[in-house]
Design a protein around this ligand. Sequence first.
Ligand SMILES: [Zn+2]
Length: 201
Amino acid sequence: MNEGDGDMWMTEDRGWIEVISGSMFSGKTEELIRRIRRAEIARLQVDTFKPALDNRYDDTRIVSHSSISIPAEVVSTAAEIRSRVRPGTRVVGIDEAQFFDDELPAVCDALADEGRRVIVAGLDQDYRGEPFGPMPAILAIAEQVTKSLAICVLCGHPSHRTDRLTEGFDVIEVGAADKYRALCRRCFAEKRARLLAPAAF
Ligand SMILES: [Zn+2]
């Protein structure tokens, strides 16, 4: 992670968009929380949001896999973020951005144009390895992008793909986080190849 991300913004006193993206288990939410906390230490007014459908662990907080958390407003649409940001807010945090509608890039742009720092965290790819929701557009318009890597659970290589265990051979039905795992490019490709291959009888 680049320690200087937020500090660069603060000295310039301009709006901008920064994105923290990557697979599940890559520490995106931890990094979002770290940046939000630093802004709060700097006594900047912060508003943080998450989509209504993400109700894991705790409804009105953003909670990382390692159980650190910050308060967040739950909203249903990107337009709702726009309307709920308070006038004096300097920093806007958005978690699980992949689940928002296609209006999110325009909302982020408008908030940054107003001079706010917008910090967006989200999955860049779904479990098929396809670009996820509004994330591609946000990655394109952002000033600064951090790609977080997880560790492949099969081979230990840095990984950027999220595999869904319930698809294919490995059926595990526990909590949401237990239905997915991080895989590297090679292990992900091997899993997909097995999945798409004709069944051998
Ligand atoms: Zn691997």
